[in-house]
Design a protein around this ligand. Structure first.
Ligand SMILES: Cc1cc2nc3c(=O)[nH]c(=O)nc-3n(C[C@H](O)[C@H](O)[C@H](O)COP(=O)(O)OP(=O)(O)OC[C@H]3O[C@@H](n4cnc5c(N)ncnc54)[C@H](O)[C@@H]3O)c2cc1C
Length: 458
């Protein structure tokens, strides 16, 4: 009889390959990595038993919650992959307004409707199918992070299975080293989180969006204005500028445009329009192909995210935190915003200019603007060309690059700084104490000895 309530697979078993890959979002999958076994955990006891099984069999442990790591961190050699997909329930406490949720619950598709029933909101990932597990561990750039903070800042406690195979509770008072690490360590957290206890916020009642569409040739001028106006805009507005190609009309070739969006999370349409008003000050507004301000819903916003990130496609993603003089930033970012070879690729500038002091936690690197590119495509023949384009565009951005966010990174290709040096050193101490035998996989990096350094500064 199996030691697990859930299903257990080794290579050669029916269902092994499916168990290893079917919940991986990115269809550009690694051809040189495969786990030694997969456990689809049924419950927390299975996770404990899985860690003990790995110890007895000399395997490291890799973990999957929502399967949305672009770089497919959950699939690694010589590991037991513990798939937490069934740990996706949630309980809400009316008295504390805290929600306790399994790591595989999908932030938008599952957790948000559950919280909406209680009039509450949690700022999960933009794409509704992102699992909260990987998302929260690396910081969590959720809806309106600009004003409401990193989603990890709302983690009040976690339940964790340790490298010794024990289930413990961690918060600011007990096992506080694990609590500190869980808010930013990402895929090098020395444990398996089986439950997150999260602060929720009152739910806004109205959503108003502003969408302005410019010629891509206007990128530099629009961005120059954006750098001036963004810090003056309400913290209840999310601001994202996107380079994308809208669908073709009448069979015309698709043309890349530059779209300035604002989404106000508010309690009345009038308040939303007022909060978005500064976006009407763009000096190029008369040249905009479209300039719309309208009421929207979370469901519509999420549909838009799903359209931009189709299931079953291949993806390359990369990102940078930038800082410096506005002109230098714009010059360095021009290639990544204007020259993408794939019509379905998009690049975002995420306004983060309302920089707040972060609480003491592992996550510790951000700048006033976040730039990320998502190369979405279907044809594997374009892999090499797309990789080369993205790397070149990121080299152009180096003069203004401070580091990057783990969430959209792939250290097998490019290694950058993602954490303050002192936080990284503290994290290494916690890992050494909590997981001295390396039971849990570490950052999947091209060169593990230079993790958390910008590769061109070595
Ligand atoms: C379409 C799409 C949209 C996205 N949008 C956003 C966004 O808006 N904001 C943002 O911040 N990020 C976003 N991301 C990035 C995403 O948050 C990260 O890829 C994150 O790692 C995904 O979490 P997951 O649980 O779904 O992934 P998984 O692939 O399941 O997990 C990634 C890794 O995290 C670690 N991990 C996961 N769960 C646990 C656990 N319970 N215990 C210990 N370690 C664990 C493991 O190392 C695991 O391999 C997006 C990704 C995609 C594909």
């Amino acid at each position: 009889m199996s030691a697990f309530a859930g299903k257990f697979y080794v290579p050669g078993d029916d269902g092994f390959v499916e168990a290893a890959f079917s919940r991986v979002f990115n269809h550009r999958r690694p051809s040189d990595r495969l786990p030694s076994a997969v456990l689809v955990a049924e419950n927390e006891q299975d996770v404990v038993a899985g860690v003990r099984f790995a110890t007895e069999n000399g395997l490291a442990v890799a973990i999957r919650s929502g399967g949305h790591s672009w770089a497919v961190w959950s699939v690694q050699n010589n590991t037991l992959l513990i798939d937490l997909g069934k740990l996706n329930s949630a309980q809400y406490d009316e008295t504390t307004t805290i929600v306790s949720a399994g790591p595989a619950i999908l932030g938008g598709t599952e957790l948000d409707p559950f919280l909406a029933e209680h009039g509450r909101f949690f700022n999960g990932g933009h794409c509704p199918t992102v699992g909260i597990g990987g998302f929260l561990l690396q910081g969590g750039q959720g809806w309106c992070e600009r004003g409401w903070g990193w989603a990890a800042e709302s983690v009040v406690a976690i339940d964790v299975v340790t490298a010794q195979g024990e289930l413990v509770h961690a918060d600011a008072h007990q096992n506080s080293d694990l609590y500190w690490a869980a808010r930013g360590a990402g895929p090098s957290f020395p444990g398996i989180v089986t439950k997150f206890h999260l602060k929720t916020r009152p739910r806004f009642s109205r959503l108003v969006e502003s969408v302005q569409v410019y010629d891509i040739a206007d990128f530099a001028e629009v961005m120059t204005w954006m750098y001036q106006v963004e810090p003056t805009i309400s913290p209840d507005v999310e601001i994202v500028c996107v380079s994308l190609c809208p669908p073709s009309i009448d069979g015309e070739p698709r043309k890349r445009v530059f779209v300035v969006t604002g989404v106000a999370f508010t309690d009345s349409v009038e308040a939303g329009i007022e909060a978005l008003a500064p976006l009407q000050t763009c000096p190029l507004i008369d040249r905009a192909f479209e300039n719309i301000v309208q009421e929207s819903t979370m469901a519509q916003q999420r549909e838009g995210q799903l359209r931009m990130n189709p299931e079953n496609w291949r993806y390359y993603a990369d990102n940078v935190w930038v800082d410096g003089a506005t002109d230098d930033i714009i010059e360095a970012l021009t290639p990544v915003f204007t020259t993408s070879p794939e019509p379905d690729a998009f690049t975002i500038w995420f306004g983060n200019g309302l920089m707040r002091e972060l609480p003491d936690m592992a996550f510790s690197l951000q700048t006033p603007a976040y730039i990320a590119t998502y190369l979405a495509y279907e044809d594997p023949a374009n892999d090499a060309r797309n990789r080369a384009w993205l790397n070149e565009a990121m080299v152009a951005a180096q003069p203004v690059t401070v580091g990057q966010y783990l969430g959209d990174s792939d250290m097998t290709n490019r290694q950058l700084k993602f954490m303050a040096d002192e936080n990284f050193a503290k994290l290494q101490d916690i890992i050494a104490t909590r997981d001295p035998e390396g039971r849990f996989v570490r950052y999947l990096a091209h060169d593990p000895s230079t993790v958390n350094k910008n590769h061109w500064q070595l």
